[in-house]
Design a protein around this ligand. Structure first.
Ligand SMILES: Nc1ncnc2c1ncn2[C@@H]1O[C@H](COP(=O)(O)OP(=O)(O)OP(=O)(O)O)[C@@H](O)[C@H]1O
Ligand SMILES: [Mg+2]
Length: 262
C-alpha cells in the first residue's frame, strides 16, 4: 500500500546549517499494517511523515501509494489519499465552523465538483452515527462550533474526519501527546478501532514506548534519519520497554526527557 524507496531529505543544502534529516530510508507497508515509530528528538520522524504527505519535496527516492507514484505530486493532490492528525488539536479542524460543517468538508474531500453533497439528510445521519462511536456526546452537538470543544474532543473529531473517507494511509504525529492521560487513552483506543474497522495502513509516531509496543503490528525506531530497529511478530511480542531502553536507550538518544517509558 505504501512504498518508500531509498528516500533522502536534506534541509539547508549547501549552507552552514545543512542537515540530513532522512538518510536513504526504505519502508514497505501492506494494507492494514499499523506501524508505530519511536526515536529521539530530531530523529526525522515528523520529516518522514511530511515527505509522505508532500509538505517537503524529497531530494532522492520514490514514494508509491497503492501503485500511484506520488513522489512529485503536490501536497493538495496527495491529501485526497492521506489522513493526517497532528499533535496540536487546533490544527485539524476549523474552529468557527460547526461539527457538522467540519465533517461535511472532510467527507467532500477528493470528490469531484458537482458531487459534493453538502449537508443533506442522509449525511446528517451518517455523521451522527460516526460521532456516536466516539461516546463523547458530540452527536447531540452537531450544530455547535468546534471552537467550543475541548482538546481531546477536537482530536477525536479530527481522527474521525481524517478517516470518514477511507484514506490509503493514515499518518499520526504524536496525536495524543497534548491530551490528558485519560482522554489520550480514549483517543488511542478509538485509533485502534478505526484502523481495524477500515483495515488502514497506519503510521503513528509516539514518544510513549509502552504505547508503541502495545499498539499496532510493527514498531520502528529511527535515529539520524534512518531505521535502526524494525520489530514485528514474535520479536516484537517478546520485546519489553526495559529491554528496548537497555539495548537502544542512551546510545541512540532515544532516552530523553520527552520519552515516556511506562
Ligand atoms: N523545515 C525544516 N527546516 C530545517 N530543518 C528542519 C525542518 N524540519 C525539520 N528539520 C530538522 O530535521 C531534523 C529532523 O526533524 P524532525 O522534526 O523530523 O524530528 P522528529 O524525529 O520529529 O523529532 P521530535 O521527536 O522532536 O518531534 C531535525 O534536525 C530538525 O531540526
Ligand atoms: Mg516530530
Amino acid at each position: 500500500m505504501l512504498i518508500i524507496d531509498n528516500l533522502s531529505k536534506t534541509f539547508g543544502k549547501g549552507t552552514i546549517n545543512e542537515n540530513l534529516a532522512i538518510d536513504n530510508l526504505s519502508l514497505f507497508l501492506e494494507e492494514g499494517e499499523f506501524v508505530t515509530i519511536i526515536g529521539g528528538n530530531g530523529a526525522g520522524k515528523s520529516t518522514l511523515l511530511n515527505c509522505i504527505s508532500g509538505v517537503y519535496e524529497v531530494d532522492k527516492g520514490r514514494i508509491m501509494l497503492d501503485d500511484i507514484d506520488v513522489t512529485f505530486k503536490p501536497e493538495y493532490k496527495r491529501s485526497k489519499f492521506i489522513g493526517r492528525v497532528f499533535q496540536d488539536p487546533l490544527r485539524g479542524t476549523a474552529h468557527d465552523m460547526t461539527i457538522e460543517e467540519n465533517l461535511s468538508i472532510a467527507y467532500d474531500k477528493g470528490k469531484p465538483k458537482g458531487l459534493k453533497p453538502g449537508i443533506g439528510k442522509k449525511y446528517h445521519k451518517l455523521f451522527r452515527e460516526r460521532l456516536s462511536l466516539l461516546e463523547l456526546g458530540l452527536e447531540d452537538r452537531m450544530k455547535q462550533k468546534v471552537g467550543l470543544l475541548s482538546g481531546g474532543q477536537r482530536q477525536a473529531l479530527t481522527l474521525l474526519m481524517s478517516t470518514i473517507v477511507k484514506p490509503k494511509v493514515l499518518l499520526l504525529d504524536e496525536h495524543t501527546a497534548a491530551l490528558d492521560p485519560s482522554i489520550a487513552k480514549k483517543v488511542l483506543e478509538l485509533t485502534n478501532e478505526i484502523v481495524k474497522e477500515y483495515n488502514l495502513c497506519t503510521i503513528m509516531i509516539t514518544h510513549n514506548m509502552k504505547a508503541a509496543l502495545e499498539h499496532g503490528t510493527r514498531t520502528i525506531m529511527m535515529l539520524d534519519g534512518r531505521i535502526v530497529l524494525d520489530l514485528k511478530g514474535k520479536e516484537r511480542k517478546d520485546m519489553t520497554v526495559e529491554r528496548l531502553v537497555e539495548q537502544f536507550g542512551n546510545k541512540n538518544g532515544l532516552y530523553n526527557d520527552r520519552m515516556i517509558l511506562g
